[in-house]
Design a protein around this ligand. Sequence first.
Ligand code: AKB
Length: 319
Amino acid sequence: MKRILVTGATGQIGSELTLALRERYGNENVVAAGHKRKPSEELLNSGPFEIIDCGTISTVEKVVKKYKIDAIYHLAAILSAVAEAKPKLAWDVNINGLCNILDVAREHGCAVFTPSSIGAFGPDTPKDNTPQDTLQRPNTMYGVTKVAGELLCDYYNKKFGVDTRGVRFPGIISYVTLPGGGTTDYSVEIFYEALKHRRYTCYLKPDTYMDMMYMPDAIKAAIDIMEADPKKLLHRNAFNVTAMSFAPEKIANEIKRYIPDFVIEYNIDPVRQAIADSWPNKMDDSAAREEWGWKPSYDLASMTKDMLEKLSKKLEIKI
Ligand code: AKB
């Protein structure tokens, strides 16, 4: 990877991944592309920024040609809760947008990273130690687009030789950019509310387990898989990766170690609860560990400590 394009660069993962890629490959070699969200000053000032609508292939192709791009991190996507409310939009963005990226990559010889998700699994998938290769019959529009996306990426690899790679991300926790419209968003919101109000009303039941990951590990996963030796990859789209599995009551208890008067309450949102109930409790990510050396650095305890430290500084609120 020498000249990289990041779509969805203003989003939760994109905003931090772009900066990490710039540090690694040089500011001028990493083009951030956004569409609707306003880019941060840091993103704008540290390297090239372009407006791309992935639904319009010419806007993608123009930027790929202009910067002689050879790798695309395609992060522009609609998350699970919004996808349930706007299924047609989710299909357009998550599938038609991906098709455009893959076609441009095929034409211009780019490698492509596409994040899949724990949402690519469904209610019939084994919930505990969810295997790498297993039943994938999701009952959400987000899941439908994620499974179709995995298959499309594998197809472009086998049929046209495009170097496609991906991971199934769990919920991603970070103190920099807020997630937008996911089912796992509570795991970020809870920190903001704990610091600001010592109280959080959770939209999921206390014992709803899901896989999660702290942002530094998510960035590491995205970079490491693209740098992995292709000869060692038996899988491509997409690898299970996880760092921790917890439920709302568990993270609340961890936060209470630092903020003893913190209170969690529950007001269940049936739509997001049904989505979460259809996802794994905890994935088995041994294929990623074996094929490209995946190993997370943060668990629930170390992530919570770091999140509270960094977020309290950012919000200027003393713990
Ligand atoms: C969501 O909740 O939709 C995402 C995901 C797990 O893919 N964070």
